[in-house]
Design a protein around this ligand. Structure first.
Ligand code: BES
Ligand code: MN
Ligand code: ZN
Length: 504
């Protein structure tokens, strides 16, 4: 799939389909859409007048041009109300349109830069949004289908046509950035969609090795023996129920080697399958737990993007990868484990395993001298109850870092919402026998989980992202495909760039 930027006039572009757009409520289209309308003797404005085109967001209308202009078809896509328009809308409709075309067997199209006219987006942002929306909207995972694979039409080329050469340059640089960001999200999606019999901890480490080699990152993979030496009793407690060897995967990017303290640690939960352990989950829907490594996947993916964008900051990605299985050696409810920093945890429920593996991964991050930490985890069902699948739950000990994540999210269109960390909640994880227990009961389940993590970050600035809701999508819509979303890979990479710009 190629995205090109060309300078020229849309009505004389030879293409199977030309995509133009329309804001809701506009009766006389202007700009490129207006020029096409005029060349088609008012066909678009007639359809608007007849009420067949309204400009609602994502609405798609197909017009055959019958030789009146060079494009064989014109596709009018609705951008919704002008006042609600932004880069995220451009991303969503871009995804919707290319899927529409592909479904009709059309594999090439030309488009105008959505929103770069009266929409008020700068050309670069428009180019980036179109590239991300297109590449993510076309995404599909289907590598285990024995039939039909060859019959699938692939979308091959989208040409963005712009009449102003200077603006075309800006659109082009946006496209290049969007492509890198989208490729990161696609990598995360592929890892999450992969079944757990393939995406084992060993396989995750293998993917990380490929990324490290391709992008020139350092890689260390700690085995169980090293974890034992380092005192990672919480991570090993989870891993002991599985025959798959656990891996602590460490990817390193040195973008500011002269300033080692200018650093960021990205820490991902990499439970390649979560059965719940001895506190076994119910059977219905358990297959979704192959995605319990989405935090780790997004960290590996963000490291790939960072390795290509080259921000002036040092970033370390740490992924705690293991299965959570109920094997004969599995840990039991009531067991007490000791994490790398010496703190003890009473394991009330073996299904609250994410916080256990993250406890040791966060200690390791601190030992590596990382000053700012962002952990990413499909941590609690409670966050899905609280926020649904629309936004990621954000908690942390540093409002500054929280605000930086939220700002990065506004850049990428991934939504974030902060939950409070009031001292009152801390009592929920008090244990009679250990420094803390790994579940806090029915109240404020996502926040009590975050309070356990907070015990292992020392004095680092730390943010926790609970992506149990946002790491997968229930349906194909906009630039999302049913299954893995790749969230929050794009935002993590964007955060690194933002922090680099701030200090650099
Ligand atoms: N991986 C799950 C959380 C989860 C739930 C992710 C739904 C994606 C969708 C996590 O390990 C878990 O099992 N959490 C428990 C914690 C409880 C035992 C305190 C939960 O949320 O039920
Ligand atoms: Mn669990
Ligand atoms: Zn889990």
């Amino acid at each position: 799939m190629r995205i090109t930027v060309t300078t020229g006039d849309v009505t004389s572009t030879s293409t199977p389909a030309l995509v133009v757009n329309l804001f809701q409520g506009v009766t006389q289209p202007g700009g490129a859409t207006g020029a096409v309308d005029k060349a088609l003797d008012g066909a678009i404005s007639q359809l608007i007048q007849d009420g067949e085109i309204k400009g609602k967001q994502g609405e798609i209308s197909l017009i055959h041009t019958l030789g009146k202009i060079s494009p064989a078809r014109v596709v009018v896509v609705g951008l919704g109300p002008a006042e609600k328009f932004d880069a995220q809308v451009a991303r969503q409709v871009s995804g919707e349109v290319v899927r529409y075309l592909r479904q009709r067997g059309i594999s090439r199209a030309a488009t105008i830069a959505h929103g770069a006219g009266i929409g008020g987006l700068d050309p670069k942002t428009s180019g980036q949004a179109i590239a991300e929306g297109t590449l993510l909207g076309l995404y599909r995972f289907g590598s285990y289908l024995s039939e039909g694979e060859d019959a699938r039409v692939e979308f091959e080329e989208l040409a963005i046509v712009e009449h102003d050469a200077g603006r075309a340059g800006a659109i082009g640089s946006g496209v290049a950035e969007g492509q890198v960001a989208a490729e990161g999200a696609v990598l995360a999606r592929d890892m999450v969609n992969e079944p757990a019999n393939v995406m084992t901890p060993t396989h995750m480490a293998e993917v990380a090795r490929r990324v490290a080699e391709a992008e020139g990152l350092s890689l260390a993979v700690l085995e169980a023996a090293q974890m034992r030496e380092m005192g990672m009793g919480a991570l090993l407690g989870v891993a002991q129920g599985s025959d798959q060897p656990p891996k602590l995967i460490v990817l390193g990017y040195q973008g500011d080697p002269d300033n080692p303290d200018n650093n960021l640690g990205l820490v991902g939960k990499g439970i390649t399958f979560d059965t719940g352990g001895i506190s076994l989950k119910q059977a219905g829907g358990m297959e979704e737990m192959k995605g319990d490594m989405a935090g780790g996947a997004s960290v590996i993916a963000a490291m790939q993007t960072i390795g290509r964008v080259l921000p002036k900051i040092n970033v370390t990605g740490i992924i705690a990868a293991t299965e959570n299985m109920p094997g004969g050696s599995a840990q039991r409810p009531g067991d007490v484990v000791r994490a790398m920093n010496g703190k003890t945890i009473e394991v009330i429920n073996t299904d609250a395993e994410g916080r256990l593996v993250l406890a040791d991964a966060l200690c390791y991050a601190r030992q590596q001298g990382l000053k700012r930490l962002v952990d990413v985890a499909t941590l609690t069902g409670a966050i899905v109850t609280t926020l649904g699948k629309a936004c990621t739950g954000v908690m942390g000990n540093s409002q500054r870092l929280v605000d930086q994540i939220m700002a990065a999210g506004r850049d990428t269109g991934e939504k974030y919402w902060q939950l409070p960390m009031f001292d009152e909640y801390k009592e929920l994880i008090k244990s009679d026998v250990a420094d803390m227990k790994n579940t806090g009961g029915r109240q404020a389940g996502s926040i009590s989980a975050a309070f356990l993590l907070a015990e292992f970050v020392g004095d680092a600035a730390w943010v926790h992202l609970d992506i149990a809701g946002t790491s997968t999508s229930a349906k194909t819509k906009g630039y999302l495909a049913k299954g893995a979303t790749g969230t929050p890979a794009r935002t993590l990479a964007r955060l690194a760039s933002r922090l680099a710009e701030e200090t650099g």
